[in-house]
Ligand binder design. Structure first.
Ligand SMILES: C[S@@+](CC[C@H](N)C(=O)[O-])C[C@H]1O[C@@H](n2cnc3c(N)ncnc32)[C@H](O)[C@@H]1O
Length: 277
């Protein structure tokens, strides 16, 4: 007898992939992915929304400075595992059914959106990134760890050719997706971007990127290093950074989310606070 799904369905069912991923995920972590997950989450603080949380492999790595995580997962089998993982997590985590294209959170509700190995899979990247922007407070950040379209044109052509069978085999994943370009098109500003190959991954799923994009403040980015903005050097992914209002270096000075106010109470404050000189 199958166990009842404790949470409502979103219609996203990939039962075979979900079971394969639940077994393969920890193995991938053991072969190098774990250090990237840790770097992805290091230094986070405040309210976090994680999209496509899978079976909760990130959950043990949230730092204690995170006050609350809202974890969205559409696939019922993985979501049940995420609920179990949330019970063991070092910070409060609520797991909800939902998709990146229609996030169940009010405007400006969170300090940080976390996306790991998920933007390759969402059905509509533009809509998912528009939703990311919507739920972020002004100055809030997207922390991402993804595999993306290859820069090498030969590999990119193979990613295009094999897109359909790969998508079918790997739960809807698009190896040829230019996710970083999608972020800038969506109006998110890149603060940090590191690009690397994970030897454990098949060539079709290379390279990976690990980075930070920001909504609502002006920042320039160069690839592969930290980037100066109008306040001085930004920390790298994996170091403490101004991901929460009131953190050192956050010029806004207000405390709209971190003091336990109702989620979304600062709605309407979207938009850049000042232009880059
Ligand atoms: C490769 S798994 C990664 C899981 C997790 N983020 C991790 O890092 O281990 C991809 C995840 O994206 C989820 N997913 C697929 N389509 C989605 C969508 N439209 N919105 C949100 N999540 C989605 C899948 O159910 C799956 O949990």
């Amino acid at each position: 007898m199958t166990r009842p799904d404790p949470l409502p369905s979103t219609g996203k069912r990939h039962p075979i992939f979900a079971r394969v991923f639940a077994r393969a995920g920890p193995a991938m972590d053991a072969q190098g992915a774990l250090e990237h997950r840790r770097a992805l989450l290091a230094g986070l603080a405040g309210r976090v929304l994680e999209v496509g949380a899978g079976n909760g492999l990130n959950f043990p790595h949230y730092p204690a400075t995170v006050t609350e995580v809202l974890a969205i997962e559409p696939e019922p089998y993985l979501r049940r595992q995420a609920v179990a993982a949330a019970r063991q997590a070092p910070v409060p985590i609520r797991v909800l059914a939902g998709t990146a294209e229609a996030l169940p959170a009010p405007d400006g509700a969170v300090d940080v959106v976390v996306a790991s190995l998920v933007l390759c899979t969402v059905t509509d990247l533009d809509q998912a990134l528009a939703e990311t922007r919507r739920v972020l407070r002004p100055g809030g950040r997207l922390r991402f760890y993804e595999h993306v379209r290859a820069e090498d044109p030969r590999l990119a052509r193979w990613q295009d050719r094999l897109q359909r069978p790969w998508e079918w085999l790997v739960g809807g994943c698009h190896p040829n997706r230019d996710t970083v370009a999608g972020m800038t098109t969506a109006g998110l500003r890149l603060v940090q971007l590191d690009r690397f190959n994970l030897p454990a991954m098949p060539p079709l799923a290379r390279p990976h990127v690990l980075g930070v994009a920001e909504w609502g403040r002006s920042t320039r980015c160069k690839e592969g290093r930290n980037h100066a903005d109008d306040r001085g050097e930004e920390p790298a992914v994996g170091q403490a950074g101004p991901d929460r209002p009131g953190d050192p270096g956050d010029p806004r000075g207000d405390r709209v989310v971190a003091e336990g106010n109702p989620v979304g109470h600062h709605r309407g404050a979207q938009g850049p606070r000042r232009a880059h000189p």
